[in-house]
Design a protein around this ligand. Structure first.
Ligand code: ADP
Length: 258
């Protein structure tokens, strides 16, 4: 039947052959954006064509983290991602407003801006990471429904407060049938650069224990590190250079691909 053929074509056209991975956290400030930027760079270094949608309407930091502040080119309402110095194709809500402008978008406005990023011309991009806004509200839900991720990665600190919220985020993905690929623990342990002593400002091992209890993979951990923070602020993702941070990010990236 001609009608059936048409429906099939429409379904194929609505979802190009690429993998979409959402990076979420229950809580803000746990390092979700920093880790997303570095995972994108690590995946790009593995030879993948990587896109990144910075959907964090409360703090779009990807233009700073990846040193790409230019406005995206557009044809009509179709936007083209900006290629960052480390080879990631980026679209960020931060590119749509002047730097420093507060984004006081209500739900429908945020959703329509985010839809524009998802519907952009992603060309032959193979994997798109979506840096979600923290939390588990309506904006996150609409975004997940629109982007239809193939999987989700959750970022948490080892702290109980962050883990409780991370559990909520896992629950949200479960409700919309998005498989959770694993949890990454950030800010896990601190080594004093002066005396070399190690401490655990946010506790130890909490995310790994939670992952085991929730039956989801534990993908790895990153320490609290001044050099990671400084490099991130300067738009030099450590994953783009050689070193222990780059090694940690490429190990996590390899697990996400597996
Ligand atoms: P989120 O996206 O979860 O809100 P960000 O990635 O913006 O979190 O990180 C919050 C702050 O913590 C930023 O100032 C960032 O540079 C810093 N940060 C993130 N991860 C680390 C880390 N492992 N060590 C040191 N600082 C970090």
């Amino acid at each position: 039947l001609p009608g059936v053929v048409e429906v099939r074509v429409a379904l194929t056209a609505s979802r190009p052959e690429r993998t979409v991975i959402a990076i979420g956290s229950g809580k803000g400030g746990v390092g979700k954006s920093t880790l997303t930027a570095n995972l994108a760079v690590a995946l790009a270094r593995m030879g993948k064509r990587i896109g990144l949608i910075d959907a964090d309407i409360y703090g779009p930091s990807q233009p700073t983290l990846l040193d790409a502040h230019q406005k995206p080119q557009a044809e009509g309402s179709k936007m083209f991602p900006v290629t960052t110095p480390s080879g990631v194709r980026l679209l960020s809500v931060g590119q749509l407003v002047s730097p420093g402008t507060a984004l006081a978008w209500r739900g429908p406005m945020a959703t329509s801006a985010l839809n524009q990023l998802i519907d952009a011309d992603w060309g032959d991009t193979e994997i798109i990471l979506v840096d979600l806004p923290p939390g588990t509200g309506d904006v996150q839900l609409s975004l997940i429904q629109k982007a239809r991720p193939d999987g989700a990665v959750i970022v948490s600190t080892p702290q109980d407060l962050s883990l409780i919220d991370a559990t909520r985020a896992i629950d949200l993905f479960g409700k919309v049938s998005v498989p959770v690929l694993g949890i990454i623990e950030n800010m896990a342990g601190y080594t004093c650069p002066h005396c070399g002593e190690s401490s655990d400002p946010f506790g130890q091992g909490g995310a790994e224990t939670s992952a085991t209890n929730l039956g989801v993979p534990f993908l790895g951990r990153l320490p609290l590190s001044a050099s990671l923070r400084e490099a991130s602020d300067a738009g030099r993702p450590p994953a783009a250079e050689e070193g222990p941070a780059a090694d940690a990010f490429s190990k996590i990236a390899a697990q996400i691909l597996a």
